[in-house]
Design a protein around this ligand. Structure first.
Ligand SMILES: [Zn+2]
Length: 407
Protein backbone atom coordinates (compact mmCIF):
# COMPACT_ATOMS: atom_id res chain seq x y z
CA UNK A 1 0.00 0.00 0.00
CA UNK A 2 1.37 3.35 -0.95
CA UNK A 3 1.98 5.77 1.89
CA UNK A 4 0.45 9.18 1.41
CA UNK A 5 2.84 11.85 0.35
CA UNK A 6 3.92 13.92 3.30
CA UNK A 7 3.90 17.59 2.57
CA UNK A 8 5.66 19.94 4.93
CA UNK A 9 4.44 23.25 3.65
CA UNK A 10 5.45 26.37 5.48
CA UNK A 11 2.84 29.06 5.54
CA UNK A 12 3.92 31.91 3.28
CA UNK A 13 4.43 34.20 6.22
CA UNK A 14 7.25 36.59 5.46
CA UNK A 15 6.29 37.78 2.00
CA UNK A 16 7.56 41.25 2.62
CA UNK A 17 8.19 41.90 -1.06
CA UNK A 18 4.48 41.38 -1.51
CA UNK A 19 3.34 43.67 1.15
CA UNK A 20 5.50 46.60 0.24
CA UNK A 21 2.96 48.16 -2.03
CA UNK A 22 3.39 51.85 -2.59
CA UNK A 23 -0.38 52.34 -2.70
CA UNK A 24 -0.56 51.62 1.03
CA UNK A 25 1.85 54.52 1.65
CA UNK A 26 -0.44 57.10 0.14
CA UNK A 27 -3.17 56.51 2.73
CA UNK A 28 -0.90 56.42 5.74
CA UNK A 29 -1.42 58.84 8.65
CA UNK A 30 0.67 58.38 11.80
CA UNK A 31 -0.36 61.23 14.15
CA UNK A 32 0.40 61.81 16.95
CA UNK A 33 3.63 59.97 16.11
CA UNK A 34 6.10 61.40 13.62
CA UNK A 35 7.15 59.56 10.50
CA UNK A 36 10.66 59.93 9.15
CA UNK A 37 11.02 59.91 5.35
CA UNK A 38 14.60 59.49 4.26
CA UNK A 39 15.97 59.55 0.71
CA UNK A 40 19.61 58.64 0.17
CA UNK A 41 21.08 58.98 -3.32
CA UNK A 42 23.65 56.55 -4.67
CA UNK A 43 25.42 55.84 -7.95
CA UNK A 44 26.04 52.40 -9.43
CA UNK A 45 29.85 52.48 -9.08
CA UNK A 46 29.94 54.28 -5.76
CA UNK A 47 31.68 52.85 -2.71
CA UNK A 48 29.34 51.60 -0.02
CA UNK A 49 31.03 53.71 2.63
CA UNK A 50 30.39 56.91 0.64
CA UNK A 51 26.74 55.97 0.44
CA UNK A 52 26.59 55.23 4.16
CA UNK A 53 28.25 58.43 5.25
CA UNK A 54 25.79 60.39 3.11
CA UNK A 55 23.00 58.59 4.94
CA UNK A 56 24.58 59.25 8.33
CA UNK A 57 24.90 62.96 7.77
CA UNK A 58 21.24 63.14 6.76
CA UNK A 59 20.30 61.36 9.97
CA UNK A 60 22.49 63.77 11.88
CA UNK A 61 20.54 66.70 10.39
CA UNK A 62 17.26 64.90 11.03
CA UNK A 63 18.25 64.62 14.67
CA UNK A 64 18.98 68.36 14.88
CA UNK A 65 15.58 69.20 13.38
CA UNK A 66 13.95 66.81 15.83
CA UNK A 67 15.65 68.44 18.81
CA UNK A 68 14.40 71.83 17.65
CA UNK A 69 10.85 70.50 17.97
CA UNK A 70 11.66 68.77 21.26
CA UNK A 71 9.80 71.07 23.71
CA UNK A 72 6.56 70.76 21.76
CA UNK A 73 6.51 66.96 21.57
CA UNK A 74 5.00 64.58 24.14
CA UNK A 75 7.47 62.21 25.75
CA UNK A 76 6.39 59.05 23.90
CA UNK A 77 6.46 60.83 20.52
CA UNK A 78 10.03 61.96 21.15
CA UNK A 79 11.18 58.53 22.21
CA UNK A 80 9.57 56.95 19.15
CA UNK A 81 11.23 59.49 16.86
CA UNK A 82 14.59 58.74 18.45
CA UNK A 83 13.96 55.09 17.76
CA UNK A 84 13.27 55.98 14.09
CA UNK A 85 16.71 57.52 13.79
CA UNK A 86 18.30 54.50 15.45
CA UNK A 87 16.49 52.03 13.19
CA UNK A 88 17.40 53.96 10.06
CA UNK A 89 21.06 54.08 11.07
CA UNK A 90 21.09 50.36 11.75
CA UNK A 91 19.46 49.64 8.41
CA UNK A 92 21.86 51.89 6.47
CA UNK A 93 24.82 50.13 8.04
CA UNK A 94 23.63 46.81 6.67
CA UNK A 95 22.25 47.92 3.32
CA UNK A 96 24.27 47.33 0.14
CA UNK A 97 22.91 48.98 -3.01
CA UNK A 98 22.67 46.30 -5.70
CA UNK A 99 21.46 45.84 -9.22
CA UNK A 100 20.01 48.99 -10.76
CA UNK A 101 19.66 50.73 -7.41
CA UNK A 102 20.01 54.51 -7.80
CA UNK A 103 18.92 55.46 -4.33
CA UNK A 104 17.19 54.28 -1.21
CA UNK A 105 13.93 55.49 0.30
CA UNK A 106 13.14 54.67 3.93
CA UNK A 107 9.94 55.45 5.80
CA UNK A 108 9.94 54.78 9.50
CA UNK A 109 7.38 55.33 12.24
CA UNK A 110 8.45 53.43 15.35
CA UNK A 111 5.46 54.80 17.27
CA UNK A 112 3.20 52.80 14.96
CA UNK A 113 5.76 50.04 14.61
CA UNK A 114 5.74 50.72 10.88
CA UNK A 115 8.59 50.48 8.37
CA UNK A 116 9.10 50.44 4.61
CA UNK A 117 12.20 50.68 2.47
CA UNK A 118 12.58 50.78 -1.29
CA UNK A 119 15.67 50.66 -3.46
CA UNK A 120 14.92 53.18 -6.22
CA UNK A 121 15.25 52.81 -10.00
CA UNK A 122 15.73 56.58 -10.52
CA UNK A 123 18.17 59.07 -9.03
CA UNK A 124 16.78 61.19 -6.20
CA UNK A 125 18.25 64.08 -4.28
CA UNK A 126 19.15 63.13 -0.74
CA UNK A 127 16.70 64.59 1.75
CA UNK A 128 14.60 63.85 4.80
CA UNK A 129 11.33 65.00 6.33
CA UNK A 130 9.56 64.59 9.67
CA UNK A 131 5.82 64.59 9.27
CA UNK A 132 2.62 62.67 10.01
CA UNK A 133 2.59 61.10 6.56
CA UNK A 134 5.30 59.89 4.17
CA UNK A 135 6.98 62.16 1.63
CA UNK A 136 6.32 60.24 -1.58
CA UNK A 137 8.50 61.31 -4.49
CA UNK A 138 7.61 60.06 -7.99
CA UNK A 139 10.69 57.80 -7.92
CA UNK A 140 8.99 55.74 -5.19
CA UNK A 141 5.85 55.36 -7.25
CA UNK A 142 7.94 53.83 -10.04
CA UNK A 143 8.89 50.97 -7.74
CA UNK A 144 5.46 49.41 -8.27
CA UNK A 145 6.04 49.23 -12.02
CA UNK A 146 9.54 47.86 -11.85
CA UNK A 147 10.00 44.38 -13.31
CA UNK A 148 9.75 41.58 -10.80
CA UNK A 149 11.32 38.18 -11.27
CA UNK A 150 10.09 34.92 -9.83
CA UNK A 151 12.68 32.19 -9.25
CA UNK A 152 12.13 28.56 -8.43
CA UNK A 153 14.75 25.91 -7.64
CA UNK A 154 13.47 22.37 -7.91
CA UNK A 155 14.71 18.95 -6.89
CA UNK A 156 12.91 15.62 -6.48
CA UNK A 157 11.74 16.62 -3.00
CA UNK A 158 12.11 20.38 -2.77
CA UNK A 159 10.88 23.54 -4.40
CA UNK A 160 12.29 26.87 -3.25
CA UNK A 161 10.44 29.92 -4.49
CA UNK A 162 12.05 33.37 -4.54
CA UNK A 163 11.08 36.88 -5.56
CA UNK A 164 13.43 39.52 -6.89
CA UNK A 165 13.02 43.20 -7.52
CA UNK A 166 15.48 46.06 -7.85
CA UNK A 167 18.43 44.03 -6.68
CA UNK A 168 16.66 42.58 -3.64
CA UNK A 169 15.98 38.86 -3.47
CA UNK A 170 13.94 37.04 -0.87
CA UNK A 171 12.96 33.45 -0.35
CA UNK A 172 9.17 33.63 -0.36
CA UNK A 173 8.31 30.02 0.24
CA UNK A 174 9.72 26.50 0.42
CA UNK A 175 7.87 23.33 -0.49
CA UNK A 176 9.19 20.04 0.86
CA UNK A 177 7.70 16.67 0.01
CA UNK A 178 9.11 13.56 1.63
CA UNK A 179 9.12 10.20 -0.06
CA UNK A 180 7.87 7.11 1.76
CA UNK A 181 10.67 5.58 3.79
CA UNK A 182 10.86 2.39 1.76
CA UNK A 183 11.60 4.39 -1.40
CA UNK A 184 14.44 6.20 0.28
CA UNK A 185 16.39 3.16 1.42
CA UNK A 186 18.18 0.65 -0.82
CA UNK A 187 17.77 -3.11 -0.85
CA UNK A 188 15.61 -3.54 -3.90
CA UNK A 189 16.21 -6.59 -6.03
CA UNK A 190 16.35 -6.35 -9.82
CA UNK A 191 12.85 -7.66 -10.34
CA UNK A 192 11.39 -4.72 -8.49
CA UNK A 193 13.34 -1.99 -10.25
CA UNK A 194 10.76 -1.09 -12.86
CA UNK A 195 8.03 -0.87 -10.27
CA UNK A 196 10.20 1.37 -8.12
CA UNK A 197 10.92 3.60 -11.07
CA UNK A 198 7.23 3.97 -11.79
CA UNK A 199 6.62 4.64 -8.13
CA UNK A 200 9.33 7.27 -7.90
CA UNK A 201 8.12 8.89 -11.10
CA UNK A 202 4.65 9.21 -9.61
CA UNK A 203 5.94 10.79 -6.40
CA UNK A 204 8.12 13.24 -8.27
CA UNK A 205 5.22 14.29 -10.49
CA UNK A 206 3.01 14.87 -7.46
CA UNK A 207 5.77 16.88 -5.89
CA UNK A 208 6.25 19.01 -9.03
CA UNK A 209 2.52 19.67 -9.20
CA UNK A 210 2.63 20.68 -5.57
CA UNK A 211 5.42 23.18 -6.27
CA UNK A 212 3.55 24.52 -9.31
CA UNK A 213 0.36 25.03 -7.26
CA UNK A 214 2.31 26.98 -4.64
CA UNK A 215 3.95 29.12 -7.30
CA UNK A 216 0.57 29.96 -8.75
CA UNK A 217 -0.70 31.06 -5.35
CA UNK A 218 2.37 33.15 -4.54
CA UNK A 219 2.69 34.83 -7.92
CA UNK A 220 -0.99 35.68 -7.87
CA UNK A 221 -0.34 37.78 -4.78
CA UNK A 222 2.93 39.11 -6.09
CA UNK A 223 2.75 39.22 -9.90
CA UNK A 224 6.01 38.72 -11.78
CA UNK A 225 6.97 39.59 -15.34
CA UNK A 226 9.45 36.74 -15.78
CA UNK A 227 10.39 33.43 -14.20
CA UNK A 228 13.78 31.72 -13.89
CA UNK A 229 13.99 28.02 -13.13
CA UNK A 230 16.99 26.23 -11.61
CA UNK A 231 17.78 23.03 -9.77
CA UNK A 232 17.67 19.52 -11.24
CA UNK A 233 17.44 20.09 -15.01
CA UNK A 234 16.24 16.50 -15.59
CA UNK A 235 12.95 17.57 -14.00
CA UNK A 236 12.46 20.71 -16.11
CA UNK A 237 10.45 19.07 -18.87
CA UNK A 238 7.99 17.45 -16.42
CA UNK A 239 7.83 20.65 -14.43
CA UNK A 240 6.99 22.66 -17.53
CA UNK A 241 3.92 20.47 -18.01
CA UNK A 242 2.83 20.99 -14.40
CA UNK A 243 2.82 24.78 -14.69
CA UNK A 244 -0.34 26.67 -15.60
CA UNK A 245 -0.11 28.36 -19.00
CA UNK A 246 0.26 31.87 -17.63
CA UNK A 247 3.36 30.90 -15.62
CA UNK A 248 4.81 28.69 -18.35
CA UNK A 249 4.73 31.69 -20.70
CA UNK A 250 6.87 33.70 -18.26
CA UNK A 251 9.64 31.08 -17.97
CA UNK A 252 12.40 32.94 -19.80
CA UNK A 253 15.65 31.32 -18.70
CA UNK A 254 17.06 28.19 -17.02
CA UNK A 255 19.54 28.66 -14.20
CA UNK A 256 22.54 26.37 -13.94
CA UNK A 257 22.32 26.07 -10.14
CA UNK A 258 21.62 23.15 -7.79
CA UNK A 259 18.40 23.31 -5.74
CA UNK A 260 20.38 23.64 -2.50
CA UNK A 261 22.58 26.46 -3.77
CA UNK A 262 23.64 29.12 -1.28
CA UNK A 263 21.68 32.34 -1.14
CA UNK A 264 24.74 34.39 -2.19
CA UNK A 265 25.36 32.21 -5.23
CA UNK A 266 21.71 32.46 -6.20
CA UNK A 267 21.66 36.23 -5.78
CA UNK A 268 24.75 36.78 -7.93
CA UNK A 269 23.43 34.52 -10.68
CA UNK A 270 19.94 36.03 -10.66
CA UNK A 271 21.27 39.60 -10.72
CA UNK A 272 23.49 38.78 -13.69
CA UNK A 273 20.67 37.10 -15.61
CA UNK A 274 18.27 39.92 -14.80
CA UNK A 275 20.77 42.51 -16.01
CA UNK A 276 21.18 40.59 -19.23
CA UNK A 277 17.43 40.26 -19.84
CA UNK A 278 16.87 43.87 -18.88
CA UNK A 279 19.54 45.10 -21.33
CA UNK A 280 17.95 43.17 -24.16
CA UNK A 281 14.55 44.59 -23.24
CA UNK A 282 15.85 48.17 -23.09
CA UNK A 283 17.69 47.86 -26.42
CA UNK A 284 14.47 46.68 -28.03
CA UNK A 285 12.44 49.44 -26.37
CA UNK A 286 14.77 52.20 -27.60
CA UNK A 287 14.98 50.65 -31.05
CA UNK A 288 11.19 50.74 -31.33
CA UNK A 289 11.08 54.28 -29.95
CA UNK A 290 13.55 55.54 -32.57
CA UNK A 291 11.92 53.68 -35.44
CA UNK A 292 8.53 55.09 -34.56
CA UNK A 293 9.92 58.61 -34.10
CA UNK A 294 11.92 58.61 -37.31
CA UNK A 295 8.91 57.32 -39.23
CA UNK A 296 6.94 60.27 -37.85
CA UNK A 297 4.73 57.85 -35.93
CA UNK A 298 3.51 57.82 -32.35
CA UNK A 299 6.76 58.61 -30.60
CA UNK A 300 8.98 61.53 -29.72
CA UNK A 301 12.66 61.77 -28.67
CA UNK A 302 14.30 64.77 -27.01
CA UNK A 303 13.55 66.97 -24.02
CA UNK A 304 11.55 69.76 -25.63
CA UNK A 305 9.50 67.51 -27.88
CA UNK A 306 8.65 65.33 -24.90
CA UNK A 307 7.73 68.35 -22.75
CA UNK A 308 5.36 69.53 -25.45
CA UNK A 309 3.76 66.11 -25.86
CA UNK A 310 3.35 65.87 -22.11
CA UNK A 311 1.73 69.29 -21.97
CA UNK A 312 -0.83 68.23 -24.59
CA UNK A 313 -1.57 64.94 -22.84
CA UNK A 314 -0.15 62.82 -25.67
CA UNK A 315 2.25 60.73 -23.58
CA UNK A 316 1.42 57.09 -23.05
CA UNK A 317 4.84 55.80 -21.94
CA UNK A 318 7.63 58.10 -20.86
CA UNK A 319 11.12 56.71 -21.54
CA UNK A 320 13.87 58.05 -19.32
CA UNK A 321 17.63 57.60 -19.01
CA UNK A 322 18.18 56.62 -15.35
CA UNK A 323 21.15 58.99 -14.98
CA UNK A 324 19.55 62.13 -16.36
CA UNK A 325 18.78 64.79 -13.80
CA UNK A 326 18.48 68.39 -14.90
CA UNK A 327 17.01 71.63 -13.64
CA UNK A 328 13.95 73.09 -15.27
CA UNK A 329 11.19 75.65 -14.93
CA UNK A 330 7.46 75.65 -14.55
CA UNK A 331 5.03 78.27 -15.73
CA UNK A 332 3.00 79.39 -12.72
CA UNK A 333 0.15 80.36 -15.02
CA UNK A 334 -0.48 77.25 -17.14
CA UNK A 335 1.68 74.67 -15.36
CA UNK A 336 3.80 73.98 -18.45
CA UNK A 337 7.33 72.64 -17.87
CA UNK A 338 10.31 73.90 -19.86
CA UNK A 339 14.10 73.84 -19.94
CA UNK A 340 14.79 77.57 -19.95
CA UNK A 341 13.50 80.73 -18.34
CA UNK A 342 11.77 83.40 -20.41
CA UNK A 343 8.38 83.47 -22.02
CA UNK A 344 6.29 80.32 -21.61
CA UNK A 345 6.15 78.51 -24.97
CA UNK A 346 2.63 77.34 -24.21
CA UNK A 347 0.79 80.40 -22.96
CA UNK A 348 3.19 83.32 -23.36
CA UNK A 349 3.35 84.22 -19.65
CA UNK A 350 6.69 84.50 -17.89
CA UNK A 351 8.15 81.23 -16.59
CA UNK A 352 8.72 81.78 -12.89
CA UNK A 353 9.08 78.54 -10.88
CA UNK A 354 12.35 76.69 -10.49
CA UNK A 355 12.09 72.94 -10.74
CA UNK A 356 15.01 71.12 -9.09
CA UNK A 357 14.62 67.89 -10.97
CA UNK A 358 12.82 68.22 -14.27
CA UNK A 359 12.77 64.46 -14.92
CA UNK A 360 11.08 63.86 -11.57
CA UNK A 361 8.36 66.31 -12.59
CA UNK A 362 8.05 64.50 -15.93
CA UNK A 363 7.52 61.22 -14.10
CA UNK A 364 4.91 62.81 -11.84
CA UNK A 365 2.96 64.38 -14.73
CA UNK A 366 3.02 61.13 -16.68
CA UNK A 367 1.74 59.08 -13.75
CA UNK A 368 -0.94 61.64 -12.92
CA UNK A 369 -2.25 61.27 -16.47
CA UNK A 370 -2.32 57.46 -16.14
CA UNK A 371 0.75 57.02 -18.33
CA UNK A 372 3.59 54.57 -17.71
CA UNK A 373 7.27 55.24 -17.15
CA UNK A 374 10.21 53.15 -18.39
CA UNK A 375 13.60 53.90 -16.90
CA UNK A 376 16.51 52.68 -19.01
CA UNK A 377 20.21 52.52 -18.23
CA UNK A 378 22.50 54.86 -20.10
CA UNK A 379 22.81 54.35 -23.88
CA UNK A 380 25.11 56.78 -25.69
CA UNK A 381 22.82 57.74 -28.57
CA UNK A 382 19.78 58.22 -26.36
CA UNK A 383 21.81 60.25 -23.84
CA UNK A 384 23.03 62.50 -26.71
CA UNK A 385 19.40 63.11 -27.65
CA UNK A 386 18.62 64.26 -24.11
CA UNK A 387 17.87 60.89 -22.53
CA UNK A 388 14.14 61.56 -22.67
CA UNK A 389 11.43 60.38 -25.05
CA UNK A 390 7.93 59.00 -25.12
CA UNK A 391 5.50 56.73 -26.88
CA UNK A 392 2.34 58.68 -27.64
CA UNK A 393 -1.33 57.85 -27.37
CA UNK A 394 -2.19 60.21 -30.19
CA UNK A 395 -0.70 63.22 -31.92
CA UNK A 396 -2.38 66.56 -32.07
CA UNK A 397 -2.46 68.39 -35.40
CA UNK A 398 -0.21 70.23 -35.90
CA UNK A 399 1.98 67.72 -34.09
CA UNK A 400 3.99 68.70 -31.07
CA UNK A 401 7.23 68.32 -33.01
CA UNK A 402 6.06 70.78 -35.67
CA UNK A 403 5.07 73.24 -32.97
CA UNK A 404 8.52 72.83 -31.56
CA UNK A 405 10.06 73.96 -34.88
CA UNK A 406 7.78 76.98 -35.11
CA UNK A 407 8.55 78.20 -31.61
ZN1 LIG B 1 2.43 78.92 -19.43
Amino acid sequence: MAETILATVQTPSGISLVDRDVQSLIQLQTAPYLLLSLYVATQPQEEVKTFRSRGHSLLHEANIVLEEQWPRLPHEVREAAREDIRRCREFLDAFIPRGGCMGLAIFSCAGRNWWRHYPLPRPVSSRFEWNYDPLILPAVRLVDDYPRTGIVLISGTEGRIFGSRLGEIEELHAVRDEWPRRLRGGGWCGLMERRVERFVGEYVRRHLKHVAANMREIFRQWPVSQILVGGDSKLFEDFRHCLPNELRALWVRDLDLPADTSFEQLRDTVLAVEADLRQAYERKLLETLYEEWQADGYAVVGVEGTLRSLYFGEVETLVLDADVQRKGYRCGYCGGLWTALGRCVFCGETMNEDVLDLEDELVEETLVHAGRVEVVSKQEHFARDGGVGAFLRFRLEPSASELSQNA
